[in-house]
Ligand binder design. Structure first.
Ligand SMILES: [Zn+2]
Ligand SMILES: [Zn+2]
Length: 139
């Protein structure tokens, strides 16, 4: 999912988002990684190069990016909000040992039907979280 800087800016503008250095840095960071980081992890990563990001700006950048659907917040553990720049439909695998979260392509799992649900429940979407142990932890 690597994108060049001008493409990233273009994507943000297409969504009607005002491009600020902070928003750009947060979005570019998220596009580079696939590990579904928390806001704190993004902040740490950004400040490795030049310590100038604050927690507040990272949070507000994430909020802005989520609002225009460039970034999705994923809640796979209680109380922990992680972020994902992969906004295509996909599922997740979560390793219970290392906590690593990996994307599962949508087509790899059978499509679900919701006919069994009680009447009155309107389904708008779903995604599956598969729990288990990843190959690196099993060794
Ligand atoms: Zn693992
Ligand atoms: Zn994901």
């Amino acid at each position: 999912m690597e994108q060049r800087a001008d493409q990233i800016v273009k994507t943000m503008k297409t969504k009607g988002l005002r491009v600020t250095p902070q928003r750009f840095a947060v979005y570019a960071n998220l596009l580079e990684r696939k590990d579904h980081p928390t806001a704190e992890q993004i902040l740490q990563d950004l400040n490795q190069e030049a310590p100038r990001s604050s927690q507040a700006t990272v949070y507000s950048s994430l909020q802005a990016l989520c609002q225009v659907n460039l970034v999705k917040a994923v809640l796979l553990e209680e109380g922990v909000c992680r972020y994902d720049a992969n906004i295509n439909r996909h599922h997740h695998f979560r390793c219970k040992c290392c906590g690593k979260i990996e994307d599962i392509p949508w087509e790899q799992l059978p499509e679900m039907t919701f006919e069994q649900l009680r009447p009155g429940l309107q389904v708008e979407g779903y995604e599956v979280t598969v729990h288990g142990i990843c190959d690196r932890c099993e060794e």
